[in-house]
Design a protein around this ligand. Structure first.
Ligand code: CDP
Ligand code: MG
Length: 742
């Protein structure tokens, strides 16, 4: 006991937590915060008692521990601790799968024992899936329950508790936290993971932790990545020391197609089945770009795979999709083992994982021997001229292609099949993907920075400065929304908008709905806009699905249709069955319901009244559409006489997305999304009245600044008419007043 009490932190912990047994304290008794050695840490891990919970370690813990010890980062533990002890910033680069994400935060945990001071360690991830999945894994590694000592926090989902001492979170969530806790004072260390991805939020966070570290000498910052221009990172963090973890990878043979592939989806499926039929044992990883494509590929693989098994006697297949909107239980399936042979001594089974680029560096799947890389991923692109941000299927970079290939060499030598030519690899792919900050709409981030008190955005210490035009557009958007005043300071509305964890326009729509007496409905619409598509349209039942959707269709447009769906969902007695019967995605609706509740809480915090108009009132729907207009007046299109829609002010030709319920082509519409493909589509569209545009957003609908076009001429006429009516009204009011006083 003496030894324990000699350590003030542990004495403190002991007094706070009476369930911790002596054995447990002994487990951590050698650990002096910020002075631990690798040996001491290992011996704490080898103890029989879990120092975090006081429980005896399970057998499973011991089995996993054995594996953890073999990870390349473990060999560098002492070096890492030495660096952290003598530096505030450390940059760590290591091959995917070397144990950075799962192990380094644990080393920090044992070194800092943050909970003894009521603090935590945060490890950020650019992707939600990675945050969830890694937190799950690490909770198993530490033999604790997920959400207790180890948890995760992603937008709309907080899986932490008062006990949490290690938190995996998306970079966006940490940024949001900084808005209310400017110094991130709850954290004793911040680990920025996957820094090479250079997401917008990571870039901003890097700048933020830099300024926080200047004010807090007690905080430690670790920047980690798979491949990265380490010198650039070191330099940015005041010449921080670099720790390189040598990889443990096997050679990967790379094959190219002799000719460009027309249909990469088809080519990917063919290649996968060919591998299954002809190559030795080993799992396959296929990179595709998004949910729809992946589900389609899985379906085809299952069907054609079955045939292959029947006709050619191949081994069984286990086909697993992986993308961000998949529920966590389904995501875990990527770690399943390949299926056993159908008969004893029969051909071996194989697992095929079909994934977005989540599997590129964020998640490591052991056992992959074959990688199929069509060379594409969905990437954010932003065109500030026309203010359009889109996710576009684009060619990946050479660096990404190399990462993908590397996934095949995790457990033994592997093969990577690139579905493009070698010439294309050398000449067409760019070296590195551009940082996201150069290709994003900055509206939301600028607002958050303003809230953080960062006013001088131009001189913000960023690794790569944002483009002036993009920054201008962001300030302009916020100004039009009324979030910033003429001096670019946050207005009360701006403060409110920043409280909502959603796009500024969507937040403005909710806030404005209070003026129109329809917050209840608009919260539902906002929630429905925040989840993945709710309408299912399976290839084999398209007609039935369309008929089911038609039942919900509202003549005013898609937003109202979403509202109908939500109301019907809430009224159903067996929601899962009901969704199935109506070709609706149950998961999305459940999530919408949850998000609505969270948005409602924010609205209450902002003191917005929770109200509805009388359903029989003629203004019931128009008022919801007015609120919509108050948020999205910058996303309006006008139907020209030639039958084409032109976006207002930017004059882009757009088509109504085929998924829209609006067949009759109303003259004025507001849209939620601009979809860039070979053609330009507007998706989720609702009819609005032109007068509303002039009434609700006169500062934006400053017609003389518009390029000459039909829409402008019509609006000008309406403006004149409105002015005349107003004058008449004013005259009449004056007369009435005079008459009364006479
Ligand atoms: O971050 P880095 O890519 O360096 O590696 P990691 O994510 O920490 O993974 C280290 C090891 O843990 C790998 O061998 C993974 O396969 C394994 N792991 C696992 O078995 N199950 C998980 N859910 C996550 C990781
Ligand atoms: Mg990692």
């Amino acid at each position: 006991m003496d030894e324990i009490n000699a350590n003030p932190y542990l004495a403190h912990m002991h007094s706070k937590n009476s369930t911790v047994s002596n054995g447990a304290n002994a487990a951590f008794s050698k650990l002096v915060p910020s002075k631990t050695t690798a040996e001491q840490q290992e011996s704490a891990e080898d103890s029989n008692y879990n120092g975090l919970t006081g429980n005896l370690y399970s057998d499973r813990y011991k089995a996993i521990l054995k594996k953890r010890r073999e990870l390349p980062v473990n060999k560098q533990r002492q070096k890492f601790l030495d660096l952290v002890h003598s530096n505030q910033f450390v940059v760590l680069v290591g091959e995917t799968g070397s144990g950075k994400t799962t192990q380094i935060p644990q080393y920090m945990l044992l070194d800092l024992l943050p909970h003894t001071e009521g603090k935590m360690i945060a490890c950020t991830q650019p992707r939600r899936v990675a945050a969830m999945s890694v937190a799950q894994r690490v909770s198993e590694e530490l033999d604790v329950k997920l959400g207790q000592e180890v948890g995760y926090s992603i937008r709309f989902e907080d899986c932490t508790s008062s006990k949490t001492m290690l938190k995996y979170c998306t970079d966006g969530m940490l940024l949001r936290e900084a808005m209310s806790d400017n110094l991130l004072s709850r954290y004793s260390a911040i680990i920025l993971d996957e820094a090479h991805e250079r997401t917008l939020n990571t870039d901003i966070l890097m700048s933020l932790v830099k300024s926080i570290a200047a004010k807090r000498s007690d905080i430690k910052i670790v920047v980690m990545s798979a491949t990265l221009d380490s010198e650039k990172f070191q330099k940015y963090f005041y010449d921080a020391p670099l720790l390189t973890v040598p990889g443990r990878t096997f050679p990967v043979e790379v094959y190219y197609t002799p000719e460009p592939e027309r249909d990469y989806l088809e080519a990917a499926i063919k290649t996968a089945l060919q591998i299954h039929a002809t190559e030795p044992e080993g799992d396959i990883l296929v990179f595709l770009t998004g949910e729809e494509e992946i589900e389609e590929a899985c379906k085809l693989l299952r069907a054609r795979g079955d045939e292959l098994i029947r006709r050619a006697g191949c081994g069984p297949l286990h086909i697993v999709p992986l993308y961000s909107t998949l529920p966590p239980s389904m995501q875990q399936k990527i770690f399943d083992k390949a299926p056993e042979p159908l008969t004893k001594g029969g051909k071996p089974g194989r697992k095929i994982v079909v994934s977005t680029n989540i599997a590129e560096t964020s998640l490591t799947i052991d056992g992959i021997v074959y990688v199929i890389d069509p060379g594409f991923s969905k990437q954010k692109v932003y065109n500030p001229r026309v203010r359009v941000e889109s996710l576009l299927v684009s060619p990946i970079s050479r660096a990404a292609a190399q990462q993908r290939a590397g996934r095949a060499g995790r457990t033994r030598p592997g093969k990577c099949f690139r579905l493009y030519t070698e010439k294309s690899f050398n000449n067409d792919l760019i070296e590195q993907t551009y940082p996201e900050i150069l290709r994003s709409n900055l509206g939301s981030i600028v607002l958050q920075l303003k809230k953080l008190g960062v006013n001088d955005l131009v001189h913000l210490d960023l690794m790569d400065p944002c483009a002036p035009e993009v920054l201008m557009r962001a300030l302009e958007l916020l100004h039009y929304l009324g979030a910033l005043d003429d001096d670019a300071n946050l207005t009360p509305i701006g403060h409110m908008i920043s409280e909502f964890p959603i796009d500024p326009q969507l937040a403005k729509m909710i806030i404005s709905s209070a003026d129109y007496g329809c917050t209840n409905e608009v919260l539902s619409v906002a929630a429905m806009l925040s989840v993945p598509n709710v309408f299912l349209r399976p290839r084999e039942a398209q007609r039935a699905a369309d008929l089911a959707k038609a039942d919900f269709a509202h003549m005013d447009g898609d937003h109202m249709t979403l509202l109908n769906v939500y109301h019907a969902y809430k009224g159903s007695s067996k929601p899962d069955q009901w969704c199935w019967d109506n070709f609706l995605q149950y998961r999305s609706l459940k999530s919408a319901d949850n998000i609505r509740e969270q948005l409602r809480r924010v609205a209450t915090r902002c003191e917005l009244p929770l109200v509805s108009n009388d359903f029989t009132s003629p203004d019931y729907y128009p008022n919801i559409r007015r609120a919509l207009t108050a948020g999205y007046f910058m996303q309006v299109a006008h139907l020209e006489r030639n039958g084409q829609y032109l976006t207002v002010k930017d004059n882009q030709i757009v088509l109504l997305h085929p998924s829209s319920v609006l067949e009759r082509k109303p003259e004025w519409v507001v849209y939620n999304e601009f979809v860039l493909t070979k053609r330009h589509y507007i998706r989720t569209v609702t009819e609005v009245r032109p007068e509303w545009l002039l009434e609700i957003a006169p500062h934006y609908y400053d017609l003389p600044s518009f390029p000459p076009c039909e829409g402008r001429r019509i609006l000008e006429k309406i403006a004149l008419r409105m002015m005349a009516t107003q004058e008449l009204k004013a005259k009449k009011a004056k007369k009435d007043k005079k008459r009364k006083s006479d």
